[in-house]
Design a protein around this ligand. Structure first.
Ligand code: SF4
Ligand code: SF4
Ligand code: FES
Length: 932
């Protein structure tokens, strides 16, 4: 370990760092602007100046930039040197010459790195007395607000946006001393990661526009550690609330998962929590909607009205007893967007035989297949951080930018930092971003992408391949066979695809850490099996090949590990022996199966009770509604695609009758239990007093989930006997916030589920990492305070990154490959294969209830290649009639440059296309012909 001397004190530091990172790790207050732990050093701002001395006899020294100077053994520097201090103060002063000093009205106030640094420099007044340079701001779309006058030209924004996130439309435009950071014209920022500018920019140039719409001072936010619910990656987040309104989401550092950043869906999709359509009252229809067992075409006519919670719970319990007496069933339909605890409470209520998967049948099969592959090994599921250390990647069937956006971001980090012989020869450290950026990679990237439609990552790939899912799988199987001939060969592979397979196999076998990325989005089991075969073939050769699977929802893997019977069986159960009561947990069935099928099921059920937080077509058809808490209003556990169990915590107490789903389900169980004829006979599992009790029970039933118990401290955990406050010490208005309702200060609500308090009182010590919901230390109010919470800058949080990996695969010498190689795709007569493709904004259910996200979603369309359009006689924007088993739909044609022939794509999950999740065959007719 090198020893460095800071103001004549010796310190041991980790090798390979620069002086700034080393000093910050040691806890020194050294100002900086352009350096960022995730982006390295460029030396643009000159703010991190220190005095460096040759040896202990050198009294003169010279000014150097700490961020550009290696922390080598024996280096001597002074932070307190008067000349260095004056230099830093002067730099901040000139950077701020035109800064508007509008801190009292600036959205950055309270978390401003510029404020912190000026205070650190001892600047207390402004000397500049001349006209300030001013700029016109741009409308950058619904996510990010622009206020250019506050800019200090540190270049962090364009570096992040262009070099790290792969965006092209934010640039530095300059003339003389006027540098403008913006787009060539007004318009939405195109990058899927634009929201990170809010945290990357050290001043208030880029701020969160959704937060601005319901602004509150940052120190008045109540926060709790949370997990994003908008895809299966489980990025860590910090939601902030004031007056019962969720006001923003920030990224929460997790070195294993999302690192410093999150995607725009995760940051701006939160407003479904505030939506007017939120369900807040318990409701039930005044009368039994129809005679038990008689079929109805739709439940649209059912109108549940608000009713007291105890009456609704008693009514549901009554229905359970009636079912037991009549021999009809009570079925429970689970949810991949609900917590482990909520799903388990449903299973506990209805029993194993009546517990059905809330995923569509094809997704359920795919998720179980993925779990099986990860459990049996030998390839383990890769974390995002591990993905960044890959040296070859093969993406099979997944457009990760849209299905798991932060996976795209991780791949870009790998591409930027991948080994470069020239960089090694020149001994350039990875943190020296200015020099790294100068060196062009001569060799191709070792990224191979095979997908149905073009993806944003294609521009960085060595090879791309467009094909129908079965043909993608055949490429994968061929690669696996080339790597290890124990894997099955692929018959009749065209020569060009064979060549592509050879190139991919060679790149993967040359690598020491290859990773295969695949997932559920193109709806093909063959694709997933092919991905596993490739990884297993590499393993058989001794490579450390890992798999990275993408699943759709925040708890798809958790639910998959809990089992449950296929959804189609539940839908059929309504026929015989008949369903007296269907309990649907946090799920819109119209997104999981065909419209007609779901309507028929709902029509045949005697009663439908929905436990959910948001209005859906299913809640509209229910005669009983129990309003559920969202992720921000409850505590629970989710399992991401790694699979890693992570705890999210309640941020605030919701208004209305809203309660955690598991508590509703327990109430029903308690109300129904112990009564003669009860389906369960007597209450099983006793009473759960907290979410920990549910998890304890759950882990007894599913031992493989048991590591989830140590994903976070239990509810009884205390720091020196105290809870961890959700409100910062500067939280204001506590005694006045509710003065219109009471002149007495209300007692903070109890929290039975976590060691957190709905209060500013509690321990001021740094809590365990899973409980950290804000980073703040004296003098550091911005996100940059994070350095004081990490073992070392950019490393794990002190005490380890939150969450618990559920299992490691066993060592398997010779994995048994999948043998079922599919036949090549051949279009059926007059039919085309229609494959759903995903959009970051539009395909995911909950974020689409956020106005800003909805604004960015595309209109429904049918994507075609030029050949197909020509055959149909249709041009871009023309109307196509799509005829399939799911019915007839009219869609606008959109021409895609590189789609396979006889394959069309539709956007998954958009309104009107929700139930069409899997590839299907359809007849396409130009509207003109259809009219004929
Ligand atoms: S806009 Fe912000 S991040 Fe970009 S150069 Fe200006 S101060 Fe730096
Ligand atoms: S990548 Fe997924 S989990 Fe991460 S922030 Fe985006 S939507 Fe959320
Ligand atoms: S932080 Fe070192 S020059 Fe900007």
């Amino acid at each position: 370990m090198p020893t460095i001397y800071v103001d004549n004190q010796a310190f041991e530091v980790a090798p390979g760092q620069n002086l700034l990172a080393a000093c910050l790790t040691l806890g020194f207050d050294l100002p900086y602007f352009c350096w960022h732990p995730a982006m390295g050093s460029v030396g643009a701002c000159r703010q991190c100046a220190v005095k460096q001395f040759k040896d202990e006899n050198d009294t003169k020294g010279q000014i150097v930039m700490a961020c550009l100077t290696p922390a080598d053994d024996g280096v001597r520097i002074s932070i307190d040197d008067p000349e260095a201090k004056a230099f830093r103060k002067g730099v901040a002063e000139w950077l701020m010459a035109s800064h508007p000093h509008d801190c009292p009205v600036c959205d950055e106030g309270g978390e401003c790195h510029l404020q912190d640094m000026t205070v650190m420099n001892g600047q207390v007044s402004r000397r500049y007395r001349f006209t300030k340079r001013t700029f016109r701001n741009q409308d950058l779309g619904p996510f990010v607000n622009h206020e250019m006058n506050r800019c200090i030209q540190c270049y962090r924004c364009v570096r992040f946006y262009h070099d790290y996130a792969g965006g092209h439309d934010l640039v530095a435009l300059g003339i003389r001393n006027e540098i403008y950071f913006g787009r060539h014209a007004d318009g939405k920022l195109e990058s899927e990661f634009s929201g990170n500018l809010v945290e990357v920019c050290p001043t208030g140039v880029f701020t969160d526009k959704t937060f601005k719409a319901h602004f509150t001072r940052k120190w008045d936010l109540q926060t709790a550690p949370s997990v994003c619910v908008h895809c299966g990656l489980g990025c860590n987040t910090i939601p902030g609330e004031r007056y019962g309104l969720l006001r923003r989401i920030r990224s929460r550092y997790n070195g294993h998962v999302n690192g410093y950043f999150i995607c725009d869906r995760g940051r701006f999709g939160y407003e479904f929590v505030n939506a007017e359509s939120r369900l807040r009252d318990t409701m039930m229809a005044a009368q039994t909607p129809h005679a038990a067992g008689s079929a109805r075409s739709a439940r649209g006519a059912v109108s549940a009205r608000p009713a007291p919670p105890e009456d609704v719970v008693a009514h549901v319990a009554d229905l359970i007893r009636t079912a037991a007496r009549s021999g009809r069933r009570v079925v429970g339909i689970s949810s991949p967007r609900a917590s482990l605890e909520a799903n388990y409470a449903l299973r506990d209520l209805v029993g194993e035989d009546n517990f059905f998967s809330g995923m569509s049948d094809h997704e359920d099969r795919l998720v179980r297949l993925i779990i099986g592959i990860l459990v049996t090994g030998p390839s383990r599921g890769s974390s995002l951080r591990e993905l960044e250390r890959a040296d070859a990647t093969f993406i099979l069937g997944e457009d990760v930018t849209n299905t798991a956006p932060m996976l795209d971001y991780s791949l870009r980090q790998w591409l930027r930092r991948r080994p470069n012989p020239e960089r090694t020869r020149l001994k350039i450290p990875a943190w020296n971003d200015a020099a790294v950026g100068e060196i062009v990679h001569e060799e191709p990237s070792a990224l191979y992408i095979a997908t149905v439609a073009a993806t944003k990552l294609d521009e960085s790939a060595a090879e791309v391949y467009r094909a129908a899912p079965d043909d993608l799988a055949r490429l994968g199987f061929a690669v696996a066979h080339l790597v290890d001939d124990a894997a099955p060969p692929v018959p009749e592979l065209p020569a060009d695809i064979h060549d592509l397979a050879v190139a991919t196999a060679q790149a993967l076998t040359r690598a020491t850490r290859p990773i295969i990325v695949s997932g559920v989005s193109c709806g093909s089991e063959a694709v997933v099996k092919a991905a596993a075969n490739v990884a297993w073939s590499l393993r058989a050769r001794g490579e450390a090949a890992e798999l990275c699977f993408v699943v759709s929802e925040c708890n798809s893997i958790g639910l998959g590990m809990m089992g449950g019977r296929p959804l189609s069986e539940a839908l059929q159960a309504a026929d015989d022996p008949g369903v007296e009561l269907a309990i649907v947990l946090e799920n819109d069935l119209f997104r999981r199966a065909g419209e007609a099928e779901v309507e028929r099921f709902l029509g045949l059920c005697g009663h439908v009770a929905v436990v959910d937080h948001s209005e859906t077509r299913t809640t509209a058809a229910a005669d009983i509604v129990l309003p559920a808490a969202t992720f921000a209003e409850s505590t629970g556990t989710l399992v991401n695609s790694e699979p890693r169990a992570q705890r999210f915590y309640q941020v605030f107490v919701p208004a209305g009758d809203v309660r955690e789903s598991w508590r509703w389900l327990q109430d029903v169980r308690m109300a129904a239990g112990g009564v003669e004829g009860d389906t369960k006979g007597e209450i099983e599992g006793g009473t759960w007093h907290s979410v920990d009790d549910v998890l304890d029970d759950l882990c007894l039933t599913f031992p493989m989930l048991a590591p989830a118990l140590s994903a976070a401290p239990p509810a009884e955990f205390r720091v020196h006997g105290m809870r961890v406050p959700r409100q910062p010490a500067r939280y204001s208005g506590r005694t006045a916030m509710y003065a219109d309702q009471t002149v007495f200060e209300p007692r903070p609500p109890d929290d039975r589920d976590s060691p957190l308090a709905f209060s500013m009182e509690g321990s001021e010590e740094q809590p365990p990492p899973a409980l950290v919901s804000r980073v703040w230390v004296p003098g550091w109010n911005s996100a940059q305070a994070l350095e004081r919470f990490q073992e070392e800058v950019g490393g794990a949080l002190r005490g380890g990154d939150p969450g618990k990996r559920l299992f490691e695969p066993p060592v398997v010498e010779r994995p048994s490959h999948f043998l079922d190689v599919p036949a090549a795709y051949s279009p059926e007569r007059d039919q085309s294969l229609v494959v759903p493709v995903h959009h970051i904004f539009g395909s995911e259910e909950l974020s689409m209830k956020a106005p800003a996200v909805r604004e960015c979603a595309p209109e429904p369309y049918l994507g075609l290649c030029g050949l197909m359009a020509e055959r149909l006689g249709i041009s871009d924007g023309g109307v196509v009639t799509l005829v399939s088993d799911a019915g007839v739909r009219l869609l606008k044609a959109k021409l895609f440059a590189s789609l396979p022939d006889y394959v069309a794509v539709i956007p998954a999950g958009l309104p009107g296309l929700e139930g069409l999740g899997a590839p299907f065959y359809a007849r396409l007719i130009a509207r003109k012909d259809a009219d004929d």
